[in-house]
Design a protein around this ligand. Structure first.
Ligand code: HCA
Ligand code: CU
Length: 380
């Protein structure tokens, strides 16, 4: 089995999300929770970014987490030195290789990218640390330029090369194809992939990268990052759980909800409604056709078992698209014994009532109990 590793960049890419600011305490708590879930790598910002960040990196390294701390650093001598002055496990270097970034960001030719990076890679290796080099905006980069840079950095001794889709432009097929080219060309180094979500393909692209030969996938909690973010940890875990469950043996999936909730609370938001696994609605079933099948066997409409994540499913009863199985089930769980005919009549009444707007679970229960009492009054 090819071993896959995840790198969580909530503390680096995630803090680049417009709505994010993590206090010192929050940084520590997030790192602890990532460790509790079992994420192998935690990416932190460059220590050069602020004295507080340097201090936080020192503290994170002193927690002795199983997760390894990696600093994300420009290919600049002072930045690399600052990272090596901390006890981080390794350094993630990055440098824009596309025409767009070379023209409008750093303005340097390909040759300069190579001459800047190679000595720094050697320096980091000599310091006995892990080093990765990422070609920022890899998917808008000319393939000849890209491979020229990768040839040079691999030769210089990087342990992994990174191909970020920095602007979220790639399709899953393009990702799989380019990753495969690199995996075949550089069999002795790891391949990392990082997907921005500008067109909503981050999770699909990240899985395509794994299938093309990547061995390290970047994620953040809730997918936060620049603009509308990158692939979410929960999204990638949901895909791995289904298609590559052996990759999750070392994870504690029951801690995922706590992590997502914690980061959401740091952002003063709720977990997005469409977040795989941890959305409040991820295991909520509503339409009559669905609830009937799920009550008979959850596997009918659930590919993820909520129990494996320490969660439970819910059946939404108070809507005009509800069905008699859901209503009968709810009535039974309230201790009411209804025959088939009664369940059908109760369902009809509830659907009619819900035409004016959906009911909460509490309102449904009150409605059912009232209906039952009235029915009782009629009988007795
Ligand atoms: C950034 C760019 C980056 C880097 C990814 C990487 C990107 O915001 O600094 O180092 O692989 O998306 O290109 O996040
Ligand atoms: Cu990014």
């Amino acid at each position: 089995m090819r071993r896959l590793t995840l790198l969580d960049s909530t503390l680096r890419e995630g803090e680049q999300f417009s709505g994010a600011f993590f206090t010192h305490e929050q940084r520590v708590n997030i790192a602890r929770l990532l460790d509790a879930v079992g994420v192998p790598y935690i990416e932190v910002p460059s220590p050069i970014s602020s004295p507080e960040t340097t201090q936080a990196i020192h503290e994170l390294c002193s927690l002795n987490l199983r997760s390894r701390i990696i600093a994300h650093v420009r290919c600049v001598e002072a930045d690399v030195q600052a990272a090596l002055d901390t006890p981080v496990h390794g350094v993630n270097l990055f440098y824009g290789t596309s025409n767009e970034l070379r023209s409008y960001s750093h303005g340097r030719p390909i040759e300069r990218i190579i001459t800047d990076s190679v000595p720094l890679i050697r320096k980091i290796r000599e310091a006995g640390r892990y080093v990765r080099f990422s070609a920022e905006d890899a998917f808008r980069s000319d393939i000849v330029d890209l491979l020229m840079v990768f040839d040079a950095v691999v030769e210089a001794g990087v342990q992994r090369i990174g191909l970020p889709d920095s602007v979220g432009i790639a399709t899953p097929r393009q990702v799989e194809r380019l990753i495969r080219i690199c995996a075949e060309r550089y069999p002795d180094v790891g391949i990392e992939f990082h997907a921005h979500n500008d067109t909503g393909c981050a999770i699909a692209n990240t899985i395509a990268a794994f299938e093309g030969g990547a061995d390290c996938l970047d994620v953040t909690v809730l997918g936060i990052g620049e603009r509308n973010g990158i692939a979410s940890l929960s999204g990638i875990i949901s895909q791995l759980y289904i298609h590559y469950p052996e990759q999750l043996n070392e994870y504690d999936l029951t801690r995922l909800m706590e992590l997502d909730q914690y980061v959401a609370s740091c952002l003063n938001t709720a977990i997005p409604f469409n977040m795989p696994i941890t959305s409040a609605y991820a295991f909520a079933h509503k339409a009559g056709v669905h609830t009937k099948a799920v009550l008979s066997n959850p596997r009918a409409y659930e590919i993820l078992d909520p129990g494996d994540f320490g969660l439970s499913r819910s059946i939404t009863v108070g809507s005009r698209i509800t069905g008699r199985y859901a209503v009968g089930h709810r009535a039974a769980s309230l201790g009411l014994e209804l025959n088939n005919d009664e369940v059908i009549r109760l369902t009809q009444a509830l659907k009619e009532r819900s035409e004016r707007g959906s009911l909460s679970q509490e309102e449904v229960d009150t409605f059912i109990l009232n209906w039952y009492q009235e029915k009782g009054n009629l009988i007795w």
